[in-house]
Design a protein around this ligand. Structure first.
Ligand code: S3P
Length: 413
């Protein structure tokens, strides 16, 4: 599996802030990870090229250096939001932008609390990108997050950790906790009291060696392909099994699939293991509001699987999908209907009625990697005729996706 995208962004950022040389193995080499590396290089860190199979060497600085040019975050929401947190604690101005998809995504959810901490942000025209941020002397923050977002949470924790002030957050749901785990490893205090998260700046970021696990969100596409297959089984090795990322396995188990984990061990503060999966006849389920943060990136694939399950699947309160790399809610329904499935939106809920009619038609990705991979996987089932308008955009998070998928079916790439 390609390296975990969320952990790769964070590892590169922490390494860039550690005075000395860090080594990162198993890093994701996809476009999004390269966006983070490129931004950090512009700010003074030295980072070796991100190449499959190569360890990444990072020479960091205790403080990043001013860059007069605009920093391009590409398609990556994690890059821009986490970098805003880091730059909030640096007393110079920076300007950040991204591609057309990133320019339509909400940034106020990060800039408002950073301004409350003492940074100065200025959004571009129509409240979008580019953003200018001038870091300041920060104040402790107590903030109630309007959405359960790991990107927003991480931006604020990073601002506090680097600006050396405490951060207390009330969260409406549990999102992935990779930033908290890394902060703990560097001696920061991170405590959770029910829905409140408290970070005290007791640690310091020092050079480290880290091996990054495979990305469970990318593994989800191969698991789905194996579930839809007619026979055989698939073993997917060294997948990250952090409980804040494996919600899709719980949903799949409610849908009647068995995905077994073996060889589970801990690697640099994160659980990893192998997953074994066999074809299954799925049944519909209900996904509740509390499930959503833990499966946020897996909903496109789960929705496509639901189209093949017996009965109805309801994903409740998934309005957040509208502001992902594309309007995923809109595109999922549009594409599912276009290929002959039954899907509808009811307020913020997504409802899918399973069917076994053969699907045929064209899925529009809107440049969204996960929409592209979900419909490509659905098209691997025997008897389907699904085309995807831009399969290449999978490279945003999963380099070599088409070859890996073909390999799963025993076909040489
Ligand atoms: C991520 C958090 C999630 C997720 C994204 C990666 C992260 O976004 O969708 O792919 O690495 O923190 P939100 O924080 O917007 O939910």
């Amino acid at each position: 599996m390609p390296g975990d995208k969320s952990i790769t962004h964070r590892a590169l950022m922490f390494a860039a802030l550690a005075p000395g040389v860090s080594a990162i193995d198993g890093a994701l080499t996809a476009h999004d990870a390269r966006s983070t590396a490129a931004v950090l290089r512009r700010l003074g860190a030295s980072i070796s090229p991100l190449r499959p199979g190569a360890s990444v060497a990072v020479r960091g600085l205790r403080r990043l250096q001013r860059c007069a040019e605009t920093l391009d975050c590409g398609n990556s929401g994690t890059t821009i939001r986490l970098m805003l947190g880091i730059l909030a604690a640096h007393r110079f101005p920076s300007r950040l932008t991204g591609d057309a998809s990133l320019r339509r995504r909400p940034m106020g959810r990060v800039t408002e609390p950073l301004d409350a901490m003492g940074a100065h942000t200025e959004l571009g025209s129509a409240a979008g990108l580019p953003i200018t941020i001038r870091g300041g002397v920060l104040r402790p923050l107590e903030w109630s997050l309007p959405v359960a977002s790991a990107q927003v949470k991480s931006a604020l924790l990073l601002a506090g950790a680097i600006g050396r002030v405490s951060v207390t957050l009330a969260e409406p749901g549990r999102s992935r906790d990779h930033t908290e785990r890394l902060l703990l490893a560097f001696g920061f205090t991170v405590q959770r009291h029910r829905d409140r998260l408290v970070m005290l700046p007791t640690g310091s970021i020092l050079p480290f060696d880290l091996r990054i696990p495979g990305d469970p969100s990318s593994a989800a596409f191969l698991i789905a392909a194996a579930l839809l297959a007619e026979r055989g089984d698939a073993r997917i090795e060294r997948v990250g099994l952090n409980p804040s990322r494996t919600g899709f396995l719980e949903v799949l188990s409610r849908m009647g699939a068995t995905v077994a984990s073996t060889n589970v061990s801990a690697s640099a503060g994160e659980p990893v293991g192998d997953l074994v999966v066999r074809p299954a006849q799925l049944v519909g389920t209900t996904v509740l509001r509390d499930d959503v943060p833990g499966i946020i990136d897996e909903i496109p694939m789960l929705a496509c699987l639901a189209a093949r399950a017996h009965g109805t699947t309801r994903f409740e309160h998934v309005g957040e999908l509208r502001v992902k790399e594309s309007d995923r809610l809109g595109l999922l329904v549009r594409n599912l209907v276009a290929i002959g499935a039954n899907a509808a939106v009811d307020g913020d809920d997504l409802i899918i009625e399973g069917t076994d009619v053969p699907f045929a038609g064209r899925a529009i990705t809107g440049g969204d990697h996960r929409i592209a991979m979900a419909f490509t996987v659905l098209g691997t089932q025997r008897g389907q005729r699904i085309t995807v308008d831009d399969p290449a955009c999978a490279a945003v998070s999963f380099p070599g996706f088409a070859d890996t998928l073909a390999g799963l079916f025993g076909r040489r790439p």
